[in-house]
Design a protein around this ligand. Structure first.
Ligand SMILES: [Zn+2]
Length: 330
């Protein structure tokens, strides 16, 4: 009998377990919980995260439901699922940041065992839950002040082989937009830099637990499991009503993504909506002061599709206002 050892947890073949990941220096109530579902055939290993951002509820619910639904007999491989990676942010309802150190967990991977709360969390998540994996999927769901249309991100590089495999995962996931994007310190880019094909999938918005977004994210993970031959045919039929992968799920690839930052602090009035196609130079919103005076007019820096839009009235100088996906492959 072979065993997978994750932190203090030993997992035998053909079993399902759940436990908590010790993070020294972090209060025990904030140690992330995780499932391990290990088939009789126990490789490859795929790790799924939800809730790196604590208000992205659809990603959390999708990961949690996957952990509940899947059984060892459904798999020809192993699934590690962490539904809420960032419990301090989740319980404080803090947008993007961990309240214990005011850091964005998805900017500090691979972390530091002697660092701040987010750095310690990132270190133990990366070493114990991502490192054993062959493939990594990070689920996100639009934080409390984010409106977005669903998309997947795949990292550029670090080699042609890893980029190609990551891109294939994004296509297999099946959301119609896949964008090549690098984010320093993110879990998915760290995984790719360590030789694991990886994607970030995003669906849901504004702190709403959306059944539609949960279904989309779960379906994407099931499609990847089917394409990677990790899901048994019987399970594929049960969860996807089919046994074979789709040849062409109709995913459009964008080669660039650009964020626009707020030039001022004040009140934010976007005049376009998420999913809009904008032209370069098009006015997309205004920032006004407390008396209604105009502080800045914001124009699109690129022609492309708005995939993310800040929806809070309050804005600080340097905050991300929106993101435009562009340079689509034809
Ligand atoms: Zn997120």
């Amino acid at each position: 009998m072979k065993r997978l050892v994750i932190s203090n947890l030993q997992v035998k073949d053909n079993t399902k377990v759940q436990g908590f990941l010790p993070v020294p220096g972090l209060p025990e109530g904030f140690w992330p919980g995780f499932f391990v579902i290990r088939g009789k055939i126990h490789s490859p290993i795929l790790t799924v995260f939800g809730g790196i951002h604590g208000g992205e509820y659809s990603s959390i619910e999708a990961a949690k439901q996957l952990g509940q639904e899947l059984l060892p007999e459904d798999l020809k491989g192993t699934l590690i699922i962490c539904p809420i990676a960032n419990l301090p942010a989740f319980f404080s309802r803090r947008v993007f940041q961990n309240p214990l150190d005011d850091k964005n967990l998805n900017r500090v991977f691979p972390g530091d065992p002697e660092g701040s709360a987010s750095e310690r969390l990132a270190y133990h998540l990366s070493q114990n839950l991502i490192s054993p994996a062959d493939i990594f999927i990070d689920l996100h769901g639009g934080d409390l002040v984010e409106s977005l249309i669903p998309f997947t991100l795949f990292p550029p590089g670090p080699s042609f082989e890893i980029e190609t495999k990551s891109r294939s995962l994004a296509v297999q996931f099946g959301i119609p937009r896949a964008i090549k994007a690098f984010t320093a310190g993110s879990a998915y880019c760290w995984a790719a830099n360590n030789g694991k094909p990886a994607i970030l999938a995003e669906a849901g918005q504004q702190g709403i637990l959306s059944e539609e977004a949960v279904k989309l994210l779960k379906k994407g993970v099931y499609k990847v499991l089917l394409n990677q031959r990790i899901l048994t045919e019987e399970a594929a039929f049960r969860f996807l009503s089919k046994k074979e992968p789709e040849d062409n799920p109709g995913v459009r690839i964008f080669l660039e993504e650009d964020w626009e930052k707020s030039p001022a602090s004040g009140l934010w009035y976007p005049i376009i909506s998420c999913g809009s196609y904008v032209k370069e130079g098009q006015v997309i919103g205004e920032i006004r002061d407390l008396f209604g005076g105009l502080l800045a007019t914001v124009e699109a820096k690129h022609e492309g599709v708005v995939i993310f839009l800040l929806t809070s009235l309050a804005v600080n100088e340097g905050d991300s206002l929106l993101s435009i996906a562009h340079s689509a492959e034809t």
